[in-house]
Design a protein around this ligand. Structure first.
Ligand SMILES: Cc1cc2nc3c(=O)[nH]c(=O)nc-3n(C[C@H](O)[C@H](O)[C@H](O)COP(=O)(O)O)c2cc1C
Length: 136
């Protein structure tokens, strides 16, 4: 069993600082996640993040506290925090998925013209996770 948490949020970085923030976030995430056996995926597009993290419950809840305090994003919307049978993202300490047409289509199909994960319904999350999982 593993604990899974998925959320969406919006970057606070002005455009010129974005790459820097992303690079920093990934550096921190890799170090912490490898050390604590956290796995997951992060998608970023149109000023928004969607992240899923998996691992031991106490570790994931500790990470959630850090995420809540992190000034590099805001409007954190939690979709799920639950025990699952099998971890999905076992190969990646934090898989980075770049903007891609399948994800864009997924949002278009839901009447959203941009990547607007804050507007997603909870029941759409498993399908989005599947797409993120399949993306090379
Ligand atoms: C969108 C986003 C995703 C993040 N993902 C992770 C992550 O997977 N693992 C991690 O350790 N930190 C992640 N961070 C960074 C944490 O919020 C925090 O800054 C970092 O863990 C360092 O915290 P500390 O200074 O309290 O040790 C993320 C931050 C943002 C904005």
């Amino acid at each position: 069993m593993t604990f899974q948490l998925c959320y969406a949020s919006k970057t606070t970085a002005p455009h010129h600082q974005l790459l820097n923030d992303l690079r920093e976030i990934f550096g921190e995430a890799r170090d912490f996640n490898i050390l604590h056996q956290v796995r997951g995926v992060l998608y970023f597009a149109d000023e928004h993040f969607f992240q899923c993290i998996e691992g031991e419950e106490s570790v994931i809840l500790r990470l959630l506290e850090k995420l809540h305090k992190d000034p590099r994003h805001q409007q954190i919307k939690l979709f799920n925090a639950l025990m699952i049978e099998h971890a999905h993202f076992t190969q990646w300490s934090m898989k980075y998925v770049r903007r891609n047409s399948k994800i864009q289509q997924f949002f278009k199909n839901r009447g959203l013209l941009r990547f607007q994960p804050l507007k997603l319904d909870r029941q759409d999350v498993p399908l989005l996770l599947q797409l993120l999982y399949e993306t090379e």
